[in-house]
Design a protein around this ligand. Structure first.
Ligand SMILES: Cc1cc2nc3c(=O)[nH]c(=O)nc-3n(C[C@H](O)[C@H](O)[C@H](O)COP(=O)(O)OP(=O)(O)OC[C@H]3O[C@@H](n4cnc5c(N)ncnc54)[C@H](O)[C@@H]3O)c2cc1C
Ligand SMILES: NC(=O)c1ccc[n+]([C@@H]2O[C@H](COP(=O)([O-])OP(=O)(O)OC[C@H]3O[C@@H](n4cnc5c(N)ncnc54)[C@H](O)[C@@H]3O)[C@@H](O)[C@H]2O)c1
Length: 487
């Protein structure tokens, strides 16, 4: 058994762990990074990047099949070569992973340990069966893993998760996707557009991360128009049959069955805490077994009188499981583990999220649900809205679908948040998150320049509507002449 002593031990070499490693090293050279699996990060290997590559191929197929309304006809067949699609996805994915690996290679060998770590007491980790590490402070950055209900296991070898999709050499004929959350929606729509027969099964009517019922209703209509999706499905059976997996479900009061090549479980993820031996520490755990922690310092809560020497960052803390948040949290946790006990509050940014469906779903600032809970009973916030079906630039490009809803505070006139489904949502929510973080009022935002004809003019209409409802501006004028046609 190798015995090692260090100032800071980082458990997990993903995005949060690598950020924590760098930040802790600014305080001490005695930092150990422990990685159980392959380096490369979830984001680059099986997450953000390969999913966006698959979506990019799907968009190319979709555009080339939908040129006729412009009077542009592709005579002949648009052919999707599944092998070439997957080859590009994997080739480009490997390139992104390669960049991460180059960074990992620069970390000196004596600062890296391979193996799965587990606490055996407050200050000691067992790594596989080969090493024990005693450390003054720790950062837990072990990420998350997919979860699914037990009855999915009836699909046996045809049950797959996102990781498996990015291992394919060719596209299958059909996939039943369970979970129209972020992963299911992105992958399901992309597969559909690449010619794979899909059916997307949800539960309780939820689609993506949307909390605003008006946007949810839009999403439901838009996606139902394009592919088979039931966000509130009644699935009555899952069975492994000779040629795949048979799913039985109710539709319009009838029981139907359909056979698919695979069942893709995209029904959520859970924090990787179960094998960490946290029961051997004094940490206070929530019902999911995740340590309680401060979102500002990433310091965990302990039963001991002394402040905790353990920090937790990234997906494993179940707070905001997104890449940029994992990176921020890694830096904050690593910095605090390095400087402990003189710890600091880190900078948390305005919440921002994007689903790369088409149309995209975007959210910035506080969600509708959060605002309803915080301000709903006092009539303290108002909602402005624009329907994108008539929006000039979107219509020109035949991207005129969806709605934008913006939320503002009565009295202060500040923008609080937004939810949307529609064109260029990935860009619009950035603009909104940036203005919310600066604490701008809707009036101040409306003083900014707006070009013509652009999708941002649609956002301006929603903001004008909001200002009028907050009684801080005139009624929004329908077809305002000084705005430019279709603004
Ligand atoms: C399909 C998919 C698409 C996504 N798309 C986006 C997107 O478009 N935009 C976005 O912002 N986010 C996206 N995400 C989320 C994003 O990938 C995660 O938020 C982010 O990767 C989390 O980073 P992390 O460092 O917390 O975890 P990870 O990168 O998973 O790192 C955790 C590491 O810990 C290691 N580990 C686990 N247990 C132990 C142990 N006991 N000992 C040692 N090592 C251990 C693991 O091997 C792993 O390498 C996506 C996720 C998925 C799955
Ligand atoms: N574009 C992005 O930023 C992006 C992309 C992918 C993933 N992610 C991150 O990864 C996280 C995990 O994504 P996810 O899609 O696995 O989780 P999710 O929580 O977003 O979605 C899970 C979905 O599965 C549904 N569901 C649960 N049980 C079900 C069942 N038995 N049958 C059918 N549906 C069921 C839920 O209602 C929900 O809609 C996301 O929260 C997000 O933070 C981000």
């Amino acid at each position: 058994m190798q015995l090692l002593k260090t100032d800071v031990a980082i458990i997990g070499g993903g995005t949060a762990g690598l950020g924590a490693f760098r930040a802790a090293r600014a305080h001490t050279n005695n930092v150990l990074l422990i990685e159980g699996g392959p380096y490369g990060t979830t984001c680059a290997r099986v997450g953000c990047m390969p999913s966006k590559l698959l979506i990019a191929a799907a968009e190319a197929a979709h555009h080339s099949q939908n040129t006729a309304p412009f009077g542009v006809h592709i005579d002949g067949q648009v052919r999707v070569n599944g092998r070439e699609v997957m080859d590009r996805v994997k080739r480009e994915r490997d390139r992104f992973v390669g960049f991460v690996l180059e960074g990992v290679d620069e970390i000196p060998a004596e600062n890296k340990i391979s193996g799965y770590a587990k606490f055996i007491d407050e200050h000691t980790l067992q790594v596989d069966d080969h090493t024990q590490i005693t450390a003054e402070r720790f950062v837990i950055a072990t990420g998350s893993s997919p979860v699914w209900p037990g009855f999915f296991n009836q699909a046996q070898d045809r049950l797959i998760i996102n990781d498996d999709v990015f291992d394919w050499d060719d596209l299958p004929e059909s996939v039943a996707v369970f979970g129209p959350g972020v992963i299911g929606l992105e992958l399901g729509q992309a597969l559909h557009r690449l010619g794979v027969r899909i059916r997307l099964f949800g539960i309780g009517g939820q689609i993506g991360p949307v909390s605003d019922p008006v946007i949810l209703d839009q999403a439901d209509k838009i996606f139902r128009d394009e592919f088979a999706i039931d966000p509130d499905a009644k699935v009555t059976g899952i069975e492994r049959v000779d040629n795949g997996v048979k799913i039985s479900f109710e539709e319009h009061g009838e029981t139907k069955s359909e056979v698919f090549d695979y069942l893709l479980a995209a029904t959520g993820r859970k924090a990787n805490v179960d094998k960490l031996g946290l029961e051997n520490t004094s940490l206070v755990l929530n019902p999911q077994g995740v340590p309680n922690f401060s979102q500002w310092t990433l310091q965990t809560e302990t039963n001991e009188p002394a402040a905790s020497h353990i920090f937790i960052a990234g997906d494993v803390n179940n707070y905001i499981p997104l890449l940029h948040e994992a990176a921020d949290e890694g830096r904050i946790a690593g910095d605090n583990a390095g400087r402990y006990p003189d710890i600091r509050n880190g900078k948390r940014r305005t919440p921002l999220s994007v689903v790369f469906s088409d149309p995209q779903i975007g959210m910035a600032g506080e969600t509708y649900r959060q605002l309803e809970q915080r301000l709903g009973t006092c009539g303290c916030f108002e909602v402005g809205e624009v329907d994108m079906t008539g929006q000039g630039r979107s219509r020109v490009m035949l991207k005129n679908k969806g709605k934008i809803r913006v939320y503002g505070e009565n009295g202060t006139g500040k923008l609080l948040g937004a939810e949307m489904i529609g064109p260029a949502a990935e860009h619009l929510v950035h603009l909104l998150a940036w203005t919310i973080q600066q604490g701008l009022t809707i009036t101040e935002i409306l003083e900014m320049p707006f070009y013509h004809p652009v999708i941002e003019e649609g956002l301006r209409t929603a903001l004008r509507d909001l200002n009028a409802r907050l009684k801080l501006g005139p009624e929004a004028v329908k077809h305002c002449l000084d705005c430019g046609p279709g603004a």
